[in-house]
Design a protein around this ligand. Structure first.
Ligand code: SF4
Ligand code: SF4
Length: 334
């Protein structure tokens, strides 16, 4: 399949084309971005200890070109705001229907524990809901507003060796915004990490990588067909981007989610270990065991979840996975 077909497939999933491969003139140029840049953020996580060294603030950017079947942040996939409904919190009071501009026009009465296709994201039902069952995710924020949040915890970064991490979703889908944030962090002496799936424009990745102190780079499946099957896109541009980044960046940590029955077979893990061993600037590999947190979130955004019965990997399985990496001379954490 050529890139045209890939783009068409992605357009169907995400409604927008990511920029891939050699994109020509980079869209983001350091001198042109400013703290007036605006992005779509779906969460700012304080006191994070799993997105790089020390205590960190992790900024989650909305929009991702991948569709990993086990995704634990499905509210970050769509590149626009969304209404989430937590059905088991609904008290069936009907306040949402009364508050909604089109609620009265629809047939029926009472509770609305589901999302409506007519929704224009006005947020009135969210304000009206007494039980917190409705939530809008994805807010436009200026880089200045995000920096205000990041700067609140600078003392913790300084004391712990932490900093700010830009994650998602996929930060490459909002590259100019992330560039502005990386520049602002640098100006304030805050160390930064970029957490990426690697699927995007090579020039954007290298431009962001030049500013980020650390790049956390996800690798899931080495087989092209299996990657398409489980992540919705080919892995060739991801691996090409990783190799391009490893030519120039000194601090890359690979992150490998371990998903039983999807990518935890010895052949796949050995292939990732070989890749890591072949890239001297990959400093460590983190193995991230599958967990259940995505399960309820998929229902909230109206997705069917393919792994409802999947159990996290056992300690023995994780230990065996670590041994595969150590067997290739790779520093593996935890
Ligand atoms: S966000 Fe606005 S349009 Fe959408 S369901 Fe709620 S009240 Fe109705
Ligand atoms: S306002 Fe909230 S609790 Fe009441 S029916 Fe709507 S979703 Fe349920």
């Amino acid at each position: 399949m050529g890139w045209g077909a890939v783009f068409q497939g992605l357009e169907k999933i995400s409604g927008r084309f990511p920029r891939l491969g050699n994109c020509g003139e980079p869209k983001i140029i350091a001198g042109r971005v400013s703290t007036q840049a605006t992005g779509l953020v779906f969460n700012i996580q304080k006191y994070s200890v799993s997105d790089g060294p020390g205590i960190r603030t992790t900024v989650f950017l909305k929009g991702c070109p991948l569709r990993c079947s086990w995704c634990h942040n499905p509210e970050g996939l769509a590149p626009q705001p969304e209404l989430l409904v937590v059905e088991n919190r609904c008290a069936a009071c009907g306040a949402c229907r009364l508050a909604c501009p089109f609620g009265q026009a629809l047939a029926g009465s009472g509770a609305w524990p589901v999302r409506q296709p007519e929704c224009n994201l006005c947020g009135r039902c969210v304000e009206a809901c007494p039980s917190g069952a409705r939530q809008l995710v994805g807010h436009a924020m200026s880089a200045e507003a995000v920096m205000t949040e990041i700067l609140k915890d600078k003392i913790f970064y300084d004391e712990s060796g932490g900093g700010a991490t830009f994650s998602g979703g996929e930060p490459l889908t909002q590259a100019a915004f992330v560039l502005a944030l990386l520049q602002a962090c640098k100006a304030h002496g805050i160390r930064t990490a970029l957490d990426t799936c690697g699927f995007g424009c090579t020039e954007d990745l290298l431009a962001l990588g030049r500013l980020a102190d650390l790049v956390l780079f996800d690798v899931k499946l080495m087989d092209e067909a299996r990657h398409r099957q489980h992540c919705g896109v080919p892995n060739a541009p991801i691996l090409a981007n990783l190799r391009a980044l490893a030519e120039v960046h000194e601090q890359i940590w690979l992150r490998v989610p371990v998903i039983p029955g999807v990518n935890d077979d010895a052949a796949n893990l050995a292939a990732i270990a070989q890749l890591a061993a072949s890239l001297p600037r990959v400093r460590q590999v983190s193995l991230l065991p599958y967990h259940h947190t995505g399960l309820s979130k998929h229902a909230r955004v109206g997705h069917k979840y393919a792994h409802a019965d999947l159990k996290p990997p056992t300690d023995e399985r994780m230990s065996a996975a670590r041994d595969i990496f150590r067997g290739h001379g790779v520093d593996v954490k935890p």
